[in-house]
Design a protein around this ligand. Structure first.
Ligand code: NAD
Length: 348
């Protein structure tokens, strides 16, 4: 099957396959759309089982970046990169610099940052050979900002679904207490919510139990917990045929990218009366912060104002979906596409 036939292809402007035998690099850079500005999105390093898994992932993630940046009001397009390999065993400076040389050759069409398997220190290595990077030590770790955005998205979900303006007394089941999940637990705990957490990393679970009074459960049973909100903050695809029937929560809202295994899973949630907060809308906080590196201006107070605006964006999506009898993910996608089209028209 060619890349053009991939079901996630969606008219990507450019897909670059990068191979450097000397460093061992196998990478793909996908540029979905540059109407609103240069494509910006993280670089993921992951041991994909097959090349088609990597192509599928990079295309899906890259389109989500176009939509995320458009709805966050950023003058940026969407792109993403994947380096194929195990970050724990295969990541080294030579490989990272080899990847960054491809980014540099694109001449600013794509800006790379951290993602799963790639940290701020790795982006610093990219920066040795490419100026088209962001999410550096200047703007810091994006995770706390992503968590704050998610919190606003959860507040909007609670307002819309439960008609409540506080999280006090509600229970949130958090799947994955890594960089974002841990910060989110802190904010939710301070807001008076009860927490149930699961993670394959027992130390991370112990931290949330000790510091935020969370109840720990095994990863396999997090879906079935008596909670008001289910918050996926681990990997993508966890909202699927198998897990949706298990959910007791009436809201799904978290940071993970591509939470719905397939687009049709929003319909399944809707049919069960579960409200879905589109992932790329509520997890844009880190991007709003890190993009300061691209524009060369950074004011944390301005960033926080923009992040709190995600509450209104999310609420507007819910209200439109309800009025028009549509799915929240469809409405979000349509709004994002509209913003991109408006950008196209104004450029003419
Ligand atoms: P992370 O790697 O720090 O945390 C992920 C956590 O999930 C880890 O603690 C891991 O052990 C756990 N996990 C993995 N598989 C699991 C399973 N089956 N069950 C339970 N826990 C499991 O990553 P992060 O930076 O916190 O990001 C979390 C998610 O949010 C990712 O999907 C990421 O793409 C997305 N995201 C992150 C940011 C950001 O600013 N970091 C921004 C946007 C989106």
């Amino acid at each position: 099957m060619s890349v053009f036939d991939n079901r996630e292809y969606d008219n990507h402007e450019q897909v670059l396959f990068c191979r450097d035998p000397e460093s061992g690099l196998f990478a793909i850079i996908a540029i979905h759309d540059t109407t609103l500005g240069p494509a910006a999105g993280g670089c993921r390093m992951w041991p994909y089982a097959t090349m088609s898994d990597a192509v599928y992932d990079v295309l899906r993630l890259s389109r989500a970046m176009s939509y995320k940046n458009a709805l966050a009001g950023l003058p940026l397009g969407g792109g993403k990169a994947v380096i194929i390999g195990d970050p724990l065993k295969e990541k080294n400076e030579k490989l990272l610099m080899s990847f960054a040389r491809y980014v540099q050759k694109l001449g600013g069409q794509y800006y790379a940052a951290e993602d799963v398997g790639i940290g701020v220190e790795d982006v610093e290595i990219f920066a040795k050979v490419s100026k088209y990077v962001f999410g550096l030590t200047k703007t810091g770790d994006p995770s706390p900002f992503t968590a704050i955005g998610c919190f606003h998205g959860i507040r909007a979900s609670v307002q819309h679904k439960l008609k409540r303006d506080t999280l006090k007394g509600l229970t949130v089941a958090v799947q994955g207490v890594g960089k974002v999940g841990q910060h989110l637990c802190k904010i939710l705990h301070e807001a008076g919510a009860g927490l149930i957490v699961a993670d394959v990393n027992s130390e991370a679970v112990a931290y949330a139990v000790k510091n935020y009074g969370a109840k720990a459960v095994a990863p396999g049973v997090i879906y079935t917990q008596e909670a008001d909100i289910f918050s996926p903050c681990a990997m993508g695809g966890t909202i699927n045929d198998n897990t949706i029937p298990q959910l007791k929560a009436s809201i799904v809202a978290g940071s993970a990218n591509n939470q719905l295994d397939e687009a049709r899973h929003d319909k399944m949630l809707h049919d069960r009366g579960i409200l879905y907060a589109p992932d790329y809308v509520i997890n844009a906080g880190g991007m709003l912060n890190a993009s300061g590196d691209i524009f060369g201006e950074y004011d944390v107070n301005e960033v926080m104002k923009k992040i709190s605006g995600l509450y209104d964006v999310t609420l507007r999506i819910f209200e439109t979906a309800q009025q028009e009898g549509r799915l929240t993910s469809e409405v979000a996608d349509e709004l994002a596409r509209q913003k991109i089209t408006e950008g196209k028209v104004s450029k003419k």
